[in-house]
Ligand binder design. Structure first.
Ligand SMILES: [Zn+2]
Length: 78
């Protein structure tokens, strides 16, 4: 669990180019749409605009870039 508010960063001038607090970027381990447990999912009805970091499992709000939680054992789709 994350006890204080954290936010991931993005590359200067490019709000799509996320940089996680662990150093992961979209071009290395990537970020994946997920549910609030960090389980990867196809973005669809019910998706809460969350992404999971492919390296550390931080669960990130797509719009605020706030880290809502962390699940290092998050599950990926095959
Ligand atoms: Zn990370």
């Amino acid at each position: 669990m994350v006890s204080t508010k954290e936010y991931i960063k993005h590359e200067e001038g490019n709000s799509e180019a996320w940089v996680c607090l662990c150093g992961n970027t979209a071009n290395s381990d990537g970020f994946y749409p997920c549910d609030d447990n960090g389980t990867e999912m196809i973005p669809a009805k019910g998706w809460q605009n969350l992404y999971v970091c492919g390296r550390c499992g931080r669960i990130i709000d797509q719009f605020s870039l706030e880290v809502l939680d962390q699940n290092p054992n998050f599950k990926r789709l095959d």
